[in-house]
Design a protein around this ligand. Sequence first.
Ligand SMILES: *Cc1c(COP(=O)(O)O)cnc(C)c1O
Length: 352
Amino acid sequence: MSAIYQVDLDAFARNLARVRAAIAPARHMLVVKDDAYAHGLERIVERAWAEGVEWFGAFDVATGRAVRAVVGPEARIFVWLLGGPQDLADGIADDLDLGIGDEALLDDLAHLPVPSTPARVHLKIDTGLHRNGIRPERWSAALELLSGLVDSGVARFEGLWSHIAEASDADDDDAREIFLAARSTAVAAGLSPTFSHLAASAAGFARAPFREDLVRVGAFSYGIRPAGGPGEAELGIEPIGGLVATVTDVDADRVRVDIGHLHGVPSALAGRFSATTPAGPRRVLAIEPTTSVIDGWPGAAEGDEVTVFGRGGAASATDLAEMIDTIGEEIALRVSPNIPRRYTANGPRPAQ
Ligand SMILES: *Cc1c(COP(=O)(O)O)cnc(C)c1O
């Protein structure tokens, strides 16, 4: 055996159930950007769909298409990185929900052939993050453009949305005020969105007024807790992925395993955490390009498996992240695509 990223799809299903309960009656939009936070898009989407997840947050059109290929025509797939007319046309062709955060894209939409069914537009108000989104002072102008598209059958006002920092309650409250004002302005202009969505994992769990109709949950779905925030047990989630290395060499009181910083384990973590060996936790002493050195244990043998972080290990992705001032997603996303993903599952829950 060599190194793998081991993903437990049954644990994933438990997280999905937990997310569903935590945000009810809002619905879960499972965010699957970055290859489902490096857990592998296809198997994650397939299982989520079997578990009753109906909305997927896919980032760009290419990812949206990949999700569509797994789930078929019924699922709702929201994409929010749209580069121009070609992306719009492709998104419409794949029946994606289009997150639009600038007026130029509304204009592009107006110049496309009128689709056979109106494109589902989710208009984004910039509530302070300044990561695209219509600025409040341009909101009325954007609504006017949208109104024209609705009247001509090109678009439907399917959603109002924004993204918030979830770093301070006060900033999030300010953002929500802008969001609510944008909705009032839209409604007053005769445009009522079918869905509103604002929150991601943290605010979706902690702050009921932010849940609206949909909560776009990525991190917590994969069992990645927030850095500096509540623990997994408190949140009711569990890591679903674990990075498992294999012993290649035993040298007196040290062992070498086949994962190094080129596979995504930051070398700054050397000496600062323990991997989980068959004999329990052992300190990771050095992280080299393609291998690492760990404190040995009696009976250590070539082929033994060692969990570096995540499911089955002593340290979670977020535990490691906190040691080097980053977030758990960053640690998970660094796991090289060259490390095979391996899945365990007892299968989806029986249909209810
Ligand atoms: C990544 C992302 C999310 C999910 O955030 P988590 O904190 O991982 O739940 C939600 N919405 C947008 C727009 C995102 O880019």
